[in-house]
Design a protein around this ligand. Structure first.
Ligand SMILES: [Mg+2]
Ligand SMILES: [Zn+2]
Length: 187
């Protein structure tokens, strides 16, 4: 372990593959009916809230650029997600997403833009007080470039992405799920 959990006040989370089940490659989640929580995700979020950390979702939503769904769809989905979490005494403090296609912007992870937006909004936040939890190499690379701590979610071996080994090697820690990561490193 290369960071002290007590110093971590800001928890950045990727969405698909961390909070909810990742869609098959090339598929996108734009509707609540396709959003399936991974086991323990709601309790993990509630535990982070209780520990008085801010929970910030940073997500690539290239499906908007491809015309599969709109920014309004993403916001509608996040509103449903927030309602659902409310029933579990949990909440997400902020959502940031990149609506662009590959190599068009500075915000698509592994670019830094979404994190920089959050650091503008959360004035007390800093890389040293933040951790990124993600299931893609791009999540871990983005964190690494900014000096943010990182935990790689290994997930289901069946749906493991290319780059998983590199991500595991680059991250400060590896966990099987968001719940495990919170229990092991952030409780
Ligand atoms: Mg993901
Ligand atoms: Zn972008």
């Amino acid at each position: 372990m290369t960071f002290s959990s007590s110093g971590i006040r800001y928890v950045f989370l990727d969405r698909d593959g961390v909070i909810n089940r990742k869609p098959p490659e090339g598929a996108y989640i734009s509707q609540w009916s396709d959003f399936h929580f991974l086991p323990g995700a709601e309790s993990a979020l509630a535990a982070l809230n209780r520990s008085n950390r801010r929970v910030i979702v940073v997500s690539n939503q290239r499906g908007i650029a491809l015309g599969y769904y709109t920014a309004a769809d993403v916001q509608g989905l996040h509103a449903r997600l927030q309602d659902h979490l409310g029933a579990h005494s949990a909440r997400i403090d902020a959502f940031y997403y990149c609506p662009h296609d590959k190599e068009q912007c500075g915000c698509r992870k592994p670019g830094p833009g979404l994190f920089l937006q959050a650091f503008r909004d959360f004035k007390e936040a800093s890389p040293a007080s933040s951790v990124m939890i993600g299931d893609s190499l791009s999540d871990i690379e983005a964190a690494r470039r900014l000096g943010i701590h990182s935990i790689f979610i290994q997930g289901d071996p069946e749906t493991r992405k290319p780059g998983a080994d590199a991500a595991a090697a680059l991250a400060d820690a590896v966990s099987g799920s968001l719940l495990q990561a919170v229990e092991e490193y952030l409780s």
